[in-house]
Write a protein that binds this ligand. Structure first.
Ligand code: ATP
Ligand code: TYD
Length: 241
């Protein structure tokens, strides 16, 4: 089947009709701008199903998303969008690039959720971008920027609550938004342990891609456990002990 696009983690195929595409989730994992590469067995299955569950949950709460339906363990059908070339990062605690950039320890609670934007441009290494520079470059309109801020913070509130019910703390995550044919903005791409930091409440154990980035071991198990809690619904201690 002809591919429309192959990225590092997913392949986009034509959909059954115009305006729809199929997203196939691979087991390929990359970190540090593609310098570290490996396969994480079952990751594609986890990320497809976790993303589907989160898109459904967010839609139920009033967030517009590109999600249409699951097609198989590794594939979902989504509305085709023109991706706004920004990675929208929401942080609740310090971690990762933020900690390195500013020399602060990981895990400090931020006084309020912080939004950051990176310019999606592989040749430039996805640099951090000021919202004003994104506007100056014509990457999006002022109204779109306002809408993205509002949606990202709302999504953060919803996801924090969702994961807290599963004994996981949402530390940070990345979102992508896209424009439908009629110009409406929707949440696109994926939301998965590849694109979020999730820490076990109480112990702070990492349950996300940091296990791969930092060679912590138990990578597959952490992805499977996140899927298990997402599918199981609300976390109860007895389920997991
Ligand atoms: P990059 O985002 O730089 O391409 P990547 O190689 O990690 O990074 P993948 O996640 O593997 O990207 O590929 C998925 C691609 O499809 C991304 O470019 C993403 O922006 C794009 N995409 C996500 N959702 C949609 C959608 N609904 N319609 C069209 N493109 C989409
Ligand atoms: P960040 O700390 O900026 O980068 P890194 O994880 O590479 O040190 O990442 C913040 C969150 O956003 C983290 O949960 C991973 C996610 N993210 C992506 O999924 N893709 C990206 O390209 C970036 C920059 C972040």
């Amino acid at each position: 089947m002809e591919k429309l696009y192959e990225g590092k983690a997913k392949i986009i195929y034509p959909g059954p009709e115009a305006g729809l595409v199929r997203v196939y989730f691979k087991d390929d994992a990359t970190a540090f701008n593609g310098q570290k590469r490996a396969q994480i067995a079952g990751k594609g299955v986890v990320n497809n199903q976790v993303s589907a569950a989160l898109f459904r949950y967010l839609e139920d709460q009033g967030i517009p998303t590109h999600f249409v339906k699951l097609l198989s363990e590794r594939e979902m059908l989504v509305k085709k969008v023109h991706i706004v070339p920004l990675e929208v990062i929401v942080r609740n605690r310090t971690a990762g690039t933020f900690s390195r950039r500013y020399g602060v320890e990981e895990g400090r609670v931020l006084p309020k959720p912080l939004l950051e934007f990176s310019y999606k441009n592989d040749a430039l290494g996805d640099p951090l971008i000021y919202p004003e520079a994104a506007l100056a470059l014509g990457l999006l309109s002022e109204d779109e920027l306002e809408r993205i801020r509002e949606l990202a913070l709302w999504i953060n509130t919803l996801l924090k609550d969702y994961f807290a019910q599963r004994n996981l703390e949402l530390v940070d995550f990345k979102l992508e938004f896209g424009r439908l044919e009629d110009g409406r903005l929707v949440l696109a791409d994926e939301i998965s342990p590849d694109t979020m930091r999730l820490w076990e409440m109480g112990t702070g154990e990492k349950m996300d891609k940091d296990r791969f980035r930092r060679d912590l071991g138990g990578v597959e198990e952490a992805y499977q456990e996140v899927l298990r809690r997402v599918l199981a619904g609300v976390y109860t201690k007895s389920d997991y002990e």
